[in-house]
Write a protein that binds this ligand. Structure first.
Ligand code: CS2
Ligand code: MG
Length: 398
């Protein structure tokens, strides 16, 4: 069996998605997600200009060897553009292998370790009443766990709170930040949410890399009475040693890693058991092959999976995640933001979302097909993530 063609499809059914389609001489094809929010075309070019020529004529069954040759052979290792491109190839090859075997991918990864995949959804509000309404809406949708994000008094636009408009469409929105105001406000918000919704509902919060280790330690401690499922990305954890300080001071569980792209980003965090959940997406971590290895490394440290699943992971990347979630033993939870009808018209998917739980379906492969005509009706639209500034105008972490 040989790869005879590989094409990159960029489509924007409401937001941009980059998809790699690999075709074989047997007529079996596979899909991989290469979406890197705000830098989509860089990955499309990396694939089209540099990776596709290397794939033509090779054996699609040699997944490990192809991965290693793309990773080591480029000489320039790591980084989100490279790893998203490699991820797309890896997932497309797993899709092909599973289709040839006539099995859903999770069967090739060890088979089902559970009946269904537990998720969490997002609730956010500028004020407490808005936030409570958003939490109630998620509960009604069946979400068994909820991420809570809130406005901060004195700040106009804050991460994760809906309705942050870009002033110029096609250019980054600017968000405000004041760490002191946030640290004063957030514990009161969780106190109010617990008083309203009781002790049982698993609650999560994402600090989006904005704190120093000292600030994160203080926040973790102050949130302990509200029993969080996790505090996410409390610091920019490229400095892995910083988590030692956070860990020494709080028992609030910690989740980190959506911007990480190799095992080296996690080495200290995992081997010193400084975190509780690893957050990388299949799409940004080089695919199913390396993410499965990371979960296996994390397992003896009792660290569990929590695959990144925002709107900017395409249904292809999400499907790959759900297959992995089904198969690994140390599954924790899956983030799931859901998709619009327009996205579902472009990506026909076998996975289902019922009562707050995902199931990958039993279609051979990853179970997603791309409707290329529908995709072509939604061309790329330039778009950026927001930029975050302190009140004096200084750029801060986003
Ligand atoms: C977030 C994301 O889902 C999450 O936890 O941190 O929404 C993140 O901001 C985006 O995926 C960035 O592209
Ligand atoms: Mg996050």
């Amino acid at each position: 069996m040989k790869i005879v063609d590989a094409t990159v499809v960029v489509t924007s059914p409401g937001r941009n998605f980059v998809t790699l389609k690999i075709e074989t001489d047997d007529g079996v094809s596979g899909l991989g997600d290469a979406t890197l929010n705000g830098r989509e075309l860089a990955v499309a070019s990396y694939l089209r200009d540099h990776v596709v020529p290397l794939l033509i004529g090779t054996d699609p069954h040699r997944i490990e060897d192809t991965w290693q040759s793309l990773y080591r052979g480029a000489y320039w290792r790591r980084g989100p553009v490279t790893m998203a491109a490699i991820a797309a190839v890896d997932v497309a090859l797993w899709d092909i292998k599973a289709k040839v075997a006539s099995l859903p991918l999770y069967q090739l990864l060890g088979g089902a370790s559970r009946e269904r995949v537990r998720t969490y959804g997002h609730a956010s509000g500028g004020s407490l009443p808005e936030l409570f309404d958003a939490v109630r809406a998620r509960i009604e949708q069946g979400y068994p766990a909820i991420r809570v994000q809130t406005g901060v008094p004195g700040l106009r636009r804050v991460y994760g709170v809906s309705g942050s408009p870009a002033v110029d469409p096609g250019l980054p929105a600017v968000e405000d930040w004041d760490t002191a105001a946030y640290l004063r406000h957030l514990p009161r918000v969780f106190e109010a949410v617990r008083a309203e919704f009781g002790p049982d509902l698993p609650l999560l919060h994402d600090a989006h890399h904005r704190l120093t280790p000292q600030q994160a330690a203080r926040l973790g401690k102050e949130l302990e009475p509200y029993d969080l499922f996790w505090l996410e990305d409390c610091t920019p954890a490229e400095n892995q040693e910083g988590l030692r300080l956070v860990r020494r001071h709080t028992t609030t569980p910690l989740a980190i890693g959506e911007v990480f792209n190799t095992v080296f980003d996690y080495q200290t965090l995992v081997t010193e058991q400084l975190i509780d959940f690893v957050r990388s997406a299949v799409t940004h971590f080089g695919g199913v092959t390396p993410l499965k290895k990371l979960f296996d490394l994390a397992a003896p440290y009792q660290i569990r999976s929590a695959i990144h699943g925002p709107e900017d992971i395409s249904p292809v990347g999400m499907a790959a995640a759900i297959h992995l979630d089904m198969a690994i033993h140390n599954f924790g939870i899956q983030e799931y933001a859901g998709y619009t009808d327009r996205t579902d018209e472009v990506f026909r998917r076998a996975f289902t979302f019922v009562d707050g739980h995902l199931h990958p379906g039993d279609t051979p492969g990853i179970g997603v097909e791309l409707d290329e005509q529908a995709a072509a009706a939604h061309p790329y639209e330039r778009s950026y993530l927001p930029v975050n500034r302190l009140l004096d105008g200084t750029v801060h972490d986003w």
